[in-house]
Each structure stands twice: as structure tokens, then as C-alpha cells.
Ligand binder design. Structure first.
Ligand code: SAH
Ligand code: SF4
Ligand code: F3S
Length: 320
């Protein structure tokens, strides 16, 4: 029996897929060269936006003759709906403890999983549960093994890597492992970005000088309603501190346009922030209401056309 894995969503899902492959192969299944040759397909799902969920339903429509297993981040109502569509759902447990089969060139090392932050728009705390930290020794062992195998770049993963207890210490320890390799990590939450972490990054020759620091909005009132516990000024101060100590830092961010109630004036404050900070890149998302989240109870009142206009507006600023 041959399997094929399709992975949607973020790097956490990619990292999980590498471990799911190990689980399947230990059970005696072999990797199919392509989807056609597979006797069953594992779909590792993302639910962060409705478009990601729709993509899964479209995919399974086209895979009618195959046995389909769904895993990953699945919302409750989709569990029922997917079962009706003859999909089997498997929640793979304790993937941390399983050695990855290297599928992607990045060498992902998850250090934590889940999220405690409950941003008003976000499903992750519901699909992945509360934060759980992997043991430091386990992380270092895995990194050591990957480096010995010749991995050029270690990517430390978590929904909020810098909420890992003593993340700076962990980074320093990985940095001090012998070998010629680079280190990167994502994603960082502005509220947990410590001065010590800036210092560790500034001193290290192995840590890549790139940071994804999601701001989500440039308006204080929207940030508050998003349950992001910082102000625009605090974010700007943090960026200034980072740039002062690491002048060659590449900075990217995540933005949501059209959060419930976001007025044109409030959006203009995000535009202003873009002009001030001059991000090197940004992942801009149109707000998508997610069942079960706090924002789901708010009215999704920014029309799609307006969300598209706001997206375009920010994209243009990036390329200019
Ligand atoms: N843990 C990371 C990001 C997780 S989700 C962090 O806190 O930054 C990745 C990105 O998807 C988020 O940063 C956000 O910009 C976007 N996103 C999450 N929920 C969304 C929603 N309901 N609608 C639109 N974009 C969303
Ligand atoms: Fe979602 Fe916020 Fe947690 Fe990121 S920090 S995963 S956006 S709840
Ligand atoms: Fe990642 Fe999507 Fe889950 S962004 S954590 S795969 S909901």
C-alpha cells in the first residue's frame, strides 16, 4: 500500500507531515511517487482562513476514487462534514516524539506547539490547543542529529517561539553546537520579544538576520479588539531597538485587512505604519471569520471589494 501526503498551511504542518510520513512508513506503507500511484491520500489540513478550508473540500472532490485521511488543524463542524464526505479523520498524537522523514530542505525543529494568546480572529488555540513546550535536551538532540546529517539551516518552529521559557538560552545553546549551519525561527510575538533575544541575535554569526514580527494592524483600537496586547508605539519602539542592535535585519510582518469594524481611517494608520517601518516583506490576509473565535461574534462588515482594495494598497507600498 502506498501513501501520498498533501500539506496545507504553515510550517508547523510541514513539520508534522515529515513525522506523519515516519509513522506511516513504520506501519509498512511506502511513499507513492505521485498522487496517482497512491492507494490512500493523507490531507494535512489548515483552517486559518475559509479559503484554506475550501481548498481541502475541492481537493477531496477530485480524489473521489481514493481513500482519504484528514489530519492537522480541523474545526469541529468540518469534522462532521468531512466524515459525511467519506473521509477518515486521524489526529496523530505526540508527533514531537517521532523522528522526521526529511521531505523539505528546511530542517524544521518544532520547539513548542499550540497557543495561549487567543487573538480574537484566530483558530489556532482551538485547533492546536494550549502551549506545550518540548524539552530542551530533546530539541538540542534533534538539532545535533540534523547538523551531523549535513543540514545547512535549522528552522525552530512554534506558533509563538519566543514564549518558550528561556528562548534566548535555547538559541545560544544551538548556536554553540559545532558545525557550519544557520539558524532561523518563526513566529515571534511582539509582546514576548526580549532585550536578551535581541542581544543573542546581534552577537550570533549563525542566526539568520531575518525576523517575522507580525503586527496585524497599525491602529491601537483594532489591536485592542484583536486582543493583541501592545500598542503601535510599543511595536515601533521594539523595531527601533532591534534595528539599532542589528542594523542589517530583514523585517517581515503579518497583516489582517478588514477586521470587523475596521474603518478607512483605521486602515490608513496601517498604511502610515508601512510607510514608517518599510518592511522587507508582508503577509497580507483578508479577514476571514472563523467559527468559535471571539471575532466571529462581531459583524464582518468590510466588503470583500474593500478588503481587496486595502490588500492592494499595502502590496503597492511594499514594492515601492
Ligand atoms: N502565530 C502566528 C501566526 C499564526 S496564523 C502569529 O501570532 O503571528 C498566520 C497569520 O494568519 C496570522 O499572523 C494572521 O495574519 C493570519 N490570520 C489568522 N487568522 C486569520 C483570520 N481569521 N483571517 C485572516 N487572516 C488570519
Ligand atoms: Fe493565532 Fe494569535 Fe496565537 Fe498567533 S498568537 S497563533 S495569531 S492566537
Ligand atoms: Fe498552521 Fe493553519 Fe494550523 S496556519 S497552525 S496549519 S490552522
Amino acid at each position: 500500500m502506498k501513501y501520498h501526503i498533501i500539506t496545507y498551511g504553515c510550517q508547523m504542518n510541514k513539520a508534522d507531515s515529515e513525522r506523519i510520513a515516519t509513522v506511516l512508513e513504520r506501519k509498512g506503507y511506502l511513499p507513492a511517487r505521485n498522487i496517482k500511484q497512491a492507494s490512500f491520500v493523507v490531507v494535512n489540513m489548515c483552517s486559518v482562513r475559509q479559503s484554506a478550508v475550501d481548498r481541502v473540500y475541492n481537493k477531496i472532490k477530485n480524489l473521489k476514487d481514493k481513500q482519504i485521511i484528514i489530519t492537522g488543524c480541523i474545526l469541529k463542524q468540518d469534522r462532521t462534514k468531512l466524515k459525511k464526505n467519506k473521509c477518515e479523520i486521524i489526529d496523530f498524537k505526540d508527533l514531537f516524539k517521532i523522528e522526521p522523514k526529511i521531505i523539505y530542505p528546511e530542517c524544521f525543529v518544532p520547539i513548542m506547539e499550540g497557543c495561549n494568546n487567543f487573538c480574537a480572529y484566530c483558530v489556532v488555540p482551538y485547533t492546536r490547543g494550549r502551549e506545550q513546550y518540548r524539552k530542551e535536551a530533546e530539541i538540542i538532540n534533534e538539532a545535533t542529529t540534523l547538523i551531523k546529517k549535513g543540514c545547512p539551516k535549522i528552522t525552530l518552529l512554534g506558533q509563538n517561539v519566543n514564549s518558550y521559557p528561556n528562548f534566548s538560552t535555547l538559541l545560544t545553546k544551538i548556536n554553540n553546537l559545532p558545525g557550519n549551519f544557520k539558524i532561523t525561527f518563526l513566529t515571534s510575538h511582539p509582546k514576548d520579544f526580549s532585550a536578551q533575544l535581541i542581544d543573542v541575535m546581534a552577537k550570533s554569526t549563525k542566526i539568520i538576520k531575518h525576523l517575522n514580527l507580525p503586527v496585524q494592524s497599525g491602529d491601537d483600537d483594532i489591536l485592542k479588539r484583536m486582543n493583541r496586547p501592545y500598542t503601535v508605539q510599543q511595536y515601533k519602539n521594539l523595531v527601533a531597538r532591534i534595528r539599532k542592535k542589528i542594523p542589517d535585519i530583514r523585517l517581515s510582518t503579518d497583516i489582517i485587512v478588514g477586521f470587523p469594524g475596521e474603518t478607512k481611517k483605521q486602515f490608513e494608520r496601517t498604511v502610515k505604519l508601512f510607510k514608517e517601518i518599510k518592511f522587507n516583506a508582508a503577509y497580507i490576509s483578508k479577514y476571514s471569520p472563523r467559527p468559535g473565535t471571539a471575532a466571529f461574534k462581531m459583524k464582518d462588515n468590510v466588503p470583500l471589494e474593500e478588503k481587496k482594495r486595502r490588500t492592494k494598497c499595502l502590496r503597492n507600498l511594499l514594492s515601492s
